[in-house]
Design a protein around this ligand. Structure first.
Ligand SMILES: Nc1ncnc2c1ncn2[C@@H]1O[C@H](COP(=O)(O)OP(=O)(O)O)[C@@H](O)[C@H]1O
Ligand SMILES: [Mg+2]
Length: 252
């Protein structure tokens, strides 16, 4: 089942035509990787899926992006609801300068959830930290500052922070690029667990990572989606010469 359908999407930063008529569909509870050289528009496309580009001046978007069949660029879309539904994780872990507990409780509080029940909030914090593999190591230290955690823990915490508001889609923009190789493998394992419940889109310049974790891969070049398909097929038997040149390291 397609969770997200992008249709003839174009994005302009002022006069610069950044995304060129992108059409792709993203399957529910699968991991889709977006690969391609730096500057080809991967982050821009990712930001289109929760309308983060709206915040950038001079951006113009045409085409459609449907989530569960509804165009998120239609007028009646509730942006707060959209960003709750579609969470985003960035390159550099960016926990708030608050305790571990308050980081995870932050989203539910902003959305006015569990206001009347401390127990319910505690349960959500525990559940979210468990889902990212942090509960056992942090359950007795929920009041330490998130900034004192190791980088891998910080990135896990940033994911837990999203899970606390019950999203269905997780957007990850080069989520491992600040991590060492071991932490990277640990986080990749986490993604494989998370896809049981969430639809994941991961931008990565690391082709091995795309090959290891994703079910589907899209290869972008200068704002154009050159090839999209099953990850194994794309890496083993690319249909486009440009894809082949890129994955065999002839440019990038
Ligand atoms: N806010 C912006 N204003 C103008 N141009 C931008 C902006 N953000 C990105 N770009 C340009 O759009 C292109 C795609 O950028 P980006 O989506 O960040 O690529 P990638 O994530 O693949 O490296 C690049 O040429 C970049 O310079
Ligand atoms: Mg980027």
């Amino acid at each position: 089942m397609s969770k997200v359908i992008v249709e003839n999407l174009n994005l302009f930063y002022g006069d610069f035509h950044c995304l060129k008529n992108n059409t792709l569909s993203i399957k529910e509870r699968k991991i889709t990787a977006l690969i391609g050289p730096s500057g080809c528009g991967k982050s821009t496309l990712l930001r289109c899926l929760n309308r983060m580009n709206d915040l950038i001046e001079g951006v113009r978007i045409t085409g459609r992006a449907l989530i569960d069949g509804k165009d998120i660029y239609s007028r009646d879309i509730n942006l707060i609801q959209l960003r709750k539904e579609v969470g985003m994780v960035f390159q550099k872990p960016n926990p708030f300068p608050l305790s571990v507990y308050d980081n995870v409780a932050y989203g539910p509080r902003v959305h006015g959830l569990y206001k009347t029940s401390k127990d319910a909030m505690e349960a959500v914090v525990a559940k979210s930290l468990s889902a990212v593999g942090l509960w056992e190591e942090l359950k007795d230290r929920l009041d330490v500052s998130a900034l004192n955690l190791a980088l891998e823990q910080q990135q896990r915490l940033c994911i837990a922070r999203l899970l606390a508001v019950e999203p269905s889609i997780l957007l990850m923009d080069e989520p491992c690029s600040a991590l060492d190789p071991f932490a990277t493998l640990n986080i990749e394992e986490l993604f494989l667990n998370l896809k049981e419940k969430y639809t994941i889109v991961i931008v990565t310049h690391n082709m091995q990572q795309a090959a290891r974790v994703s079910d589907y891969t899209g290869f972008f070049l200068l704002g154009e989606l050159i090839e999209f398909g099953n990850t194994k097929t794309l890496f083993v038997n690319p249909q486009n010469k440009l894809t082949e040149d890129y994955i065999t390291g002839r440019f990038g």
